[in-house]
Design a protein around this ligand. Structure first.
Ligand code: CTP
Length: 402
């Protein structure tokens, strides 16, 4: 089932078919989807917000401003994997086609970054009217997916085209929609995550605070989008449940380098999210280094291999290479320098000054692309950041090849 774990934002407009949405929400949640509901003010005359919030287990939103609080339409559109507007009334269709924005549902539509699917419902003559068909064509051109209305008994008592697709059919449509939306299907993706530990002796190492959460979120996102993911994972303390992802556990930078070079040649995308140690002890003591009364040991360090740079040197035209840059100062220049010297296609900048420390579930990033673009994102959970990174890589890649 493709709806398991999917986030569906259901927009309901003022049409008699709205009563079917209670059943629709039930079907969606039964398949494991998370559902949030937004109503137009007219819709609440046709369906009970209480029934919808009880079944979706989420507050139902109607107004842009409620009791002095502002409903964040941008966040809703970014939360969702898909925005489904069902039923779509003739009135809301007109407003969507012309960019009107006089209620919460329309504001969410205009700011949604997720795909939008609509299931129109209206009387036959309205549906076939040239104006309606023009508006439907406009939505289609704007990238909205239409679930066509079906033929049957209509609210007017007439028989004809215009009935909203049945909730079961909408659920089937969404299942198929998500199958098709596996935009990384058939692609191999290589990802590094976590820190590396560079041994000093059998009990000590040089390491860093990386939690691996960002790289793991990227691996999960790519897997969900249909990629065959190989995750080269440094020593992290997180519970290890990565169904469907090939995980290669490594400890040192040398081991990470080795694993990456074994899997890079057939990867369409390689994302180096690991915090690799830059230096390692030249000599690893085979025995525990003992404390002595007089001497403080001096440890000579040597450079580790730069994995990202080494992959950049052998990268083929059709491969996308993404690096991270963790900076405390001079962030932009350092990120751009890394983009160039490591021959990456994208550098994802994490600034230590953004209040999202190591181990946090949140991240604030700016992406620098090889073609000069700079895209800054607001702070958000790493699962959402992973989506932003993948969307940016895929969109930019498409524009590069057009
Ligand atoms: N990286 C790598 N191999 C290394 C060091 C870094 O592959 N030995 C990768 C990281 O995974 C990241 C990028 O290079 O994608 C930048 O890492 P970062 O530590 O920010 O930069 P460095 O090149 O190590 O430079 P500095 O530490 O001086 O900022």
């Amino acid at each position: 089932m493709n709806l398991q774990g999917r986030k569906i934002l259901l927009g309901i407009t003022g049409s008699i078919a709205a009563y079917k949405c209670v059943h629709l929400v039930r079907l969606l949640t039964k398949q494991g989807a998370s559902v949030k509901v937004v109503l137009t003010p007219a819709a609440k005359d046709f369906v009970s917000p209480l029934a919808l919030s009880t079944l979706s287990k989420n507050e139902v939103l109607i107004d842009l401003f409620e009791e002095n609080t502002w409903a964040n339409h941008v966040q809703l559109g970014r939360w969702a994997d898909v925005m489904l507007i069902a039923p779509l009334s003739c009135n809301t269709l007109v407003k969507m086609a012309h960019g009107h924005c006089d209620n919460l549902l329309l504001s969410v539509y205009l700011s949604a970054t997720c795909p939008v699917v609509v299931a129109p419902a209206m009387d036959e003559d309205m549906w076939h009217h040239p104006t309606t068909q023009r508006n439907i064509a406009t939505l289609h051109q704007d990238g909205v997916t239409i679930i066509p209305p079906t033929r049957g008994e209509l609210a007017s008592g007439l028989f004809g085209d215009g009935r909203m697709a049945e909730p079961e059919d909408i659920v089937n449509f969404l299942n198929e929609f998500f199958t098709k939306h596996k935009d990384l299907s058939g692609k191999k993706v290589l990802i590094t995550a976590g820190p590396t530990h560079e041994a000093l002796d059998p009990v000590r190492f040089i390491g860093n605070h990386s939690s691996g959460k960002m790289g793991i979120a990227l691996a999960k996102e790519c897997h969900e989008r249909g990629a065959a993911v190989t995750l080269v994972l440094g020593p992290v303390p997180l519970p290890q449940v990565y169904d469907g992802i090939t995980v290669i556990k490594v400890t040192s930078a040398d081991e990470m380098y080795q694993a990456c070079h074994e899997h890079f040649s057939n990867a369409a995308i390689a994302i180096m999210a690991a915090a690799v140690a830059d230096y390692k002890p030249e000599i690893v003591s085979p025995k525990k280094i003992k404390k002595t009364d007089d001497d403080v040991p001096e440890i000579k360090l040597v450079k580790t291999k730069d994995i990202l740079k080494s992959l950049g040197a052998i990268k083929q035209e059709n491969q996308i290479l993404v690096g991270f840059a963790l900076e405390t100062d001079n962030e932009k220049n350092n990120a751009l320098e890394k983009l160039k010297t490591k021959n990456a296609d994208f550098i994802v900048l994490n600034s230590m000054n953004d209040g999202t420390p190591f181990g946090s579930d949140y991240n604030k990033i700016t992406i620098y692309a090889k073609d000069g673009r700079e895209i800054a994102f607001s702070p958000k959970p790493k699962t959402e950041v992973a989506k932003d990174i993948i969307n940016t890589i895929l969109n930019n890649h498409q524009t590069e090849t057009v």
